[in-house]
Design a binder for this molecule. Structure first.
Ligand code: SF4
Length: 186
């Protein structure tokens, strides 16, 4: 079967994590996945990111298509209400990341140079860094916070995808929920 570009989008997600291990500053590339969907939704009144460009959903489809257990999700798990709760978590996470970055920049707290899962669980392993790049501490700190957001949502998405359906995460993904009003009002 002839392949088109959508078959390779998952490489974007792998590239993101791979480059973050080369140097954590590359995790700023994750902002592309956080900002572009909103620009596209605003310009088109649709959600082309979700339907055609998202590298994360491409990874879920590609990696889990054949192994997803296809179970019935518990009642209420993949609903709008859960989506709203996930948005609240996402906003709190963004706010804490921004505030802590300012505090690092002002010298009030040290750089947190490790990722956290779900904001609360530090992963204090030796994070592989193949090359070192001199950068201010607050940039390093913010890089790990961006990486943490991307890592957390990808891990949760993979777990949901294995249990229920490959793109189960999309039902409660903050990007999907937050771009819907833009789509409706455009
Ligand atoms: S809902 Fe989220 S994970 Fe799914 S396609 Fe849209 S942005 Fe990607």
């Amino acid at each position: 079967m002839k392949k088109n570009y959508t078959d390779w989008l998952f490489l974007g997600t792998l590239l993101f994590f791979g480059l973050s291990f080369v140097n954590i500053l590359f995790s700023w590339l994750g902002l592309i996945c956080m900002i572009t969907p909103f620009i596209m939704a605003y310009k088109t009144g649709k959600k082309p990111w979700c339907t055609s460009y998202c590298p994360r959903s491409s990874l879920f489809t590609k990696a889990l298509g054949k192994i997803s257990l296809g179970k019935q999700p518990p009642k209420g798990l993949l609903t709008k209400e859960t989506g709203k709760f996930v948005i609240q978590l996402f906003c709190v996470n963004l706010m804490l990341a921004t505030m802590s970055t300012f505090m690092v920049a002002s010298g009030r707290i040290p750089v947190m140079d490790y990722p956290r899962f779900l904001m609360m669980f530090p992963i204090q392993v030796d994070f592989p860094q193949l090359i070192s790049i001199a950068a201010p501490g607050f940039l390093i700190h913010a890089s790990y916070r961006i990486f943490s957001i991307m890592m957390t949502s990808t891990i949760i998405g993979l777990i949901l995808g294995i249990l229920y359906r490959p793109r189960a995460w999309c039902a409660i993904c903050p990007i999907q929920t937050l771009t819907t009003p833009i789509k409706l009002s455009a």
